[in-house]
Structure formats: structure tokens, C-alpha cells
Design a protein around this ligand. Structure first.
Ligand SMILES: [Zn+2]
Length: 210
């Protein structure tokens, strides 16, 4: 530790100084002198305590820096190459490049089975068929997500508009946008690209990952 011995000396001298002043303070009769020395002690204690805290804190700060950065729980991260390999072209363009599929062309805009719509990138459940509604937009639309932690909202100012982009909380796949013109009970409309979804029927053979 560079400068360690010097810091130690400062600490020791500081402590000795405080000690002798305390002793002096106690020996002095009550009165103005006593009060003055007490005040002086107060002003000296702060810097010495700071040095002591710095010395004591140094090793733990180093240990913290050595620790691996703790990622968000359950976060799925892959390289661009991996995503390209695992996804179809359309899925890749939408989820990783924030493209928008043409309306009335996706797999799910006119899809009415009971089940759950999962993220095509990581398999996390995002929307329940019970919250799907006919928006007339040509994209699958839902009035709420399966839970508040499934989707992350991001302010999107692209194309000269202020919109709310929605992405998968686990793998950050672009899903679509959120508009405040949906039906009751939430009044919200999650306008989602079919290409970012993978439907799993309620009683299907596919395992439902929650
Ligand atoms: Zn995902």
C-alpha cells in the first residue's frame, strides 16, 4: 500500500495529540480555558477520524472493486452473432434492431387461442391471452403485461415522436410500444410485434416458463 506507513504515522500522531489534549482538558479547571480546549478537540477529531476511516475503508473498497459486477437477476445477455444464429431474420430485425413488422402481416395480430405469449429471445412470459384485445392496428395488442417486472419501459424519441418503447426485462428484446389509449381496466395499449413473441397454448405440450 503506497504511503501506508506515512498515513499510519499521521494516525498515531493524531491519536497521541487527541489523547494529550483530552488529558489536558480533564486537568484544567472548569471555565473558559476548559471550554476552549474542548472546542479545539472537536475541530481536531474530525480530520483524524477521517484519516482513520480512510485507512480502515481502503481494503474493503479494493475488495468491492475486485468483485464481479452483479447483473440484474435473470438477465440474458448474448452476442449479436448468437442472436443471429438463434433467431429468424424477422425476429432478429425486430428484437435486436428495433424494427417494426408491417401491420396485418405478423403471426399473432389475428390470433385468439388461450395461452401465454412469451419473449422469442429468452422465453419469459410477457402477455396473457386474456388481456389481448382487438385494437384494429394490425399488431397484437394487450392492455397489460403478465406482471410489472416482465417489461421495461423506455422513452423513445425516434422518428420525431415521443413514444414509450417496451422491451423484455430479461433479454432487452425490443417488443413494441406502449400507448395510453387502450381499453379498461388499464387504459393502456401494448402494441407488440408478432415477431418478438412466441405463443404457448394453455394446455399445450410446450413447457411454460414463468
Ligand atoms: Zn426476453
Amino acid at each position: 500500500m503506497l504511503g501506508g506507513p506515512l498515513m499510519y504515522k499521521i494516525l498515531v500522531i493524531g491519536t497521541l495529540l487527541i489523547g494529550s489534549l483530552s488529558l489536558l482538558g480533564n486537568l484544567l479547571p472548569a471555565g473558559r480555558h476548559h471550554i476552549r480546549s474542548r472546542r479545539m478537540l472537536g475541530t481536531l477529531r474530525a480530520p483524524v477520524a477521517l484519516v482513520a476511516a480512510l485507512l480502515a475503508g481502503e481494503p474493503s473498497a479494493e475488495a468491492a472493486a475486485e468483485k464481479k459486477p452483479a447483473g440484474k437477476k435473470g438477465t440474458v445477455r448474448k452476442t449479436d452473432e448468437q442472436w443471429k444464429k438463434e433467431l429468424t431474420d424477422d425476429q432478429y430485425q425486430v428484437t435486436r434492431c428495433s424494427a417494426t413488422e408491417r401491420p396485418f402481416t405478423g403471426k399473432y395480430w389475428d390470433h385468439h387461442e388461450e395461452g401465454t405469449y412469451h419473449c422469442v429471445g429468452c422465453g419469459m412470459g410477457l402477455f396473457d391471452s386474456e388481456t389481448k384485445f382487438e385494437s384494429g392496428s394490425g399488431w397484437p395488442s394487450y392492455y397489460q403485461a403478465v406482471n410489472s417486472g416482465a417489461i421495461t419501459e423506455i422513452k423513445d424519441i425516434s422518428y420525431g415522436m415521443v413514444r414509450t418503447e417496451v422491451v423484455c426485462s430479461r433479454c432487452e428484446a425490443h417488443l413494441g410500444h406502449l400507448f395510453p389509449d387502450g381499453p379498461k381496466p388499464t387504459g393502456m395499449r401494448y402494441c407488440i410485434n408478432s415477431a418478438s413473441l412466441d405463443f404457448q397454448p394453455k394446455n399445450g405440450e410446450k413447457s411454460v416458463e414463468k
